[in-house]
Design a protein around this ligand. Sequence first.
Ligand code: ATP
Ligand code: MG
Length: 403
Amino acid sequence: MRLTHTKILTSVSLPFSRFGTHDTLNFLQESFAIMKKEMKRPPIRLGILGGGQLGRMSALAAANLGIKTTIYAPEENSPAFDVTQNHIIADYGDKKALKKFAESVDVVSYEFENIPLETVRYLEKFTQVLPRPALLEVSQHRLKEKQFLNDLGIPTARWAAIMEPQDMNEFHTDHKLYESILKTVRFGYDGKGQARLSKTDDCKRIWKKFKQDIMIAEEVIDFKHEISVIIARDIFGKTAIYDPSRNIHTDHILDVSIVPSGLSEAVLKKARNYTQKIADAVDLVGVLAVEFFVTKDDKVLANEIAPRTHNSGHWTIDACTVSQFENHVRCVCGLPVGSAKRHSNAIMKNLIGDAIYSTDQYLNSRDFVVHNYGKSDAKPGRKMGHVTQIFPLSPLSPKLKSR
Ligand code: ATP
Ligand code: MG
């Protein structure tokens, strides 16, 4: 018998609804019972939709656990193909190829949230897809996402659905705002599909430029910091939360992630609690990342959720007992979640575009670990690799050192 997620699916398919607590609890108990019976022990065959660096690093982590990965991606020469024996090159709409893929693996996961929902729904006919597509659906649509967060009592920037230019003027007036950010509801990444506008701008002109039926307007948060929290949750409901990282963006692309973040424990606790609340509410299986803004008066506002491994968690490979990638693989494959304990302080820096050609300085240093994704075309803005500078937390005890 396969898991059906009818209750959660129904509740989130409606644009802006709540999770009924009672229903969710019943559902959780049922689903755990079924999944525990169904999940296998290695050798497990894992399928990943998407062949980018996140898929590549997940497949590497899977290999370490004796799990074989098949990557499904439309692009030839996908970076993840280099590290797996099996891959399928086909479109996300190719039903024949999808069926073959689903039947060749025990569980399917995905490495980015813009996988078409129809693709994962189709795969669910043949195999389990984790994290659950219901959560994917919420993360693919900024309006559903914001409503979902607010329904859970998690604060965000004030926002409104925009269906015509006049709505933008009303949003500014209603909230006494001078500025706002207009975003497409779907397919945004690295700040694409966004425009900042002020009360005096020509909303009609900006609206026309985007050619969308519906968009979201958000107040501009004058944040002090951006942080993110990554949580992994297994089929038994056990979780591991990584230390929140402080994230610095350059030209709308993540540049650096720093742990420890240097923020107060009160702030970090709020962010961790919100993240835990989301994971439990949706019966998460796998990894989820939540991005937050921290304001000058220490308010913690959720910005985005991603039910997948996250760029701001790459430091976990070199600074934690079990990385976000290994934990994602463990959880979706029905294995127990591992420790998120951090054994080193870390600074992760993305190598964007040409920066990939200047790795000698890092390779010659004792403090850096270099990760090159093996991409051939170093276009500006393209994430080509990353480096992690590590600062071990404490030296080995003298007893161990002498061995
Ligand atoms: P990414 O792929 O980097 O996560 P994205 O395209 O999905 O980006 P967001 O995360 O919503 O979009 O926005 C990108 C960046 O723009 C944020 O990290 C933040 O720096 C800035 N930003 C977004 N929304 C707001 C806001 N309401 N107020 C202030 N800054 C914002
Ligand atoms: Mg973001």
